[in-house]
Write a new protein. Sequence first.
Lengths: 458, 87
Amino acid sequence: MRYDTVIIGAGMSGLSAGVRLAYYEKKVCILERHTTIGGLNSFYRLRNRNYDVGLHAITNYAKPGTKNGPLSKLLRQLRMTWDDFDLCPQLKSSIVFPGVRMQFTNDFSYFQDQVIHSFPAQADGFLRLLKRIDEHDPLNLDRVAVSAREVVSEYIRDPLLVDMLFCPLMFYGSATPRDMDFSQFVIMFKSIFYEGFGRPFEGIRQILKRLVKHFKSLGGQLRLRAGVQQIRQKDGMATSVVLDDGSEIEADHVLSSAGAAETMRLIDPTASIVRPVAGDISFVESISVLDCEPSALGHQDTIVFYNNAPEFRYERPVDPIDLRSGIICSPNNFDYAQPLEDGRIRITALAEPDYWMNLPAEDYVAEKARWNERIIESAISHLPDFRSHVIDTDVFTPRTIRRFTGHDNGCVYGAPEKFVNGQTSLKNLYLCGTDQGFLGIVGAMLSGITIANRYLLK
Amino acid sequence: MNSEQIRQVIMDILERIAPDEDLSDLDDSRPFREQMELDSMDFLDIVMELRKMYRIQIPEEDYPNLNTMAGTVEYLLPKLKDVPVGT
């Protein structure tokens, strides 16, 4: 069997690209090494409970029926409905820094008032920054990278407000430490502050399962436990992929969501060429299952972005985990029609990948437990003490992420250098997903769609 | 197909591409883009849907003919006049 396109990876970007190709009657096969779909946004079952990986919230929220914006564009392109995604809006989220707390909802004017109230001297600059954001076209693919910190500092003089604006945007999508490209800043600012957060009642499995069902109904093939170990090439063209079991699949095009460096290694594991550098921003997450809803303890926030230090440092930490800042997510605190099965508190913090990768197996479990306690301890001033209500715990680390996604360093937001046009050194091999450059769940899906439209539907 | 039948084919495509739009008072002589949220990705989908349904190729230089409903029907009529409805 020869395919028009073989897609490496059944995550959000690969599945979305697959839907587009299958809809237009291309012969397409998605190959996934893992036993289940999802990649960086997946799900699992542990001790009879359902868990999400990755997903805290879906950004770019829009009310069902909205005619413009990324989410609406995405649904149109996939020929899927608002019901397929079943997004419920967030209640309220917070950004908490020493001495200042600002809150935001999916109504941007609320956040604007919070900023002006908390930083009255910056009000004029903030409004001018908004105008700059509105006028910027972040999707111009010929753009030159500009430091977002430099641009934002032209408008906002108070470094505390600059850090507080950057904190959620970096935590939810920056592949680069400390600073980001201004276009990326604009995309993230709109997706989080203008549009906001939502979550399906069933979590990420809702969207993934609908995507797969749709893909298969259109005639697409999905193969699990089918890892690609090599991309064969001839005269600058990819000719076939070789699977872990040694079998070979021929295709006219290959679309890879495995990461830029990881994909180059599939072409030639021994070449001494300078490969793209894999990113190293990764996280540890502490997941606590509670015997009650967090709101019963007085915790109403959907997401809390906190920083306890004088300055916000978004970078690969020196310590195994950076305990100075983090994200607290309660998946219960969305506007659902009925409560979730159990209460959850997830706390996520920056992690040092090498420490977690190199731990001897016999120490790994104990270290996870030890650091889990420390993460909770560092976050506990931002929510009611829930520790006596914990009935189960799970922790994932960069090592977990690498094991299940194949991304070097357990990297979550891809390489610092993006391949926006999706092209590689082989003419018919393309990249989609985090290393192509659209981020977040909606971004990942648009990444697959954009590259499929541009090269694979001709 | 006649003009009216081709118009219905285009309406069906638009409904699939943009299910949240109300197309009941679409003005055939005004550009689609002035009347609905239709970006270049969506526009390309009209072309690809036609290719999928009727195997007709529309070269890029002809895209301006497809800006309005009236223009689209006029452009497609010679290409689809011998094609029966419902194929």
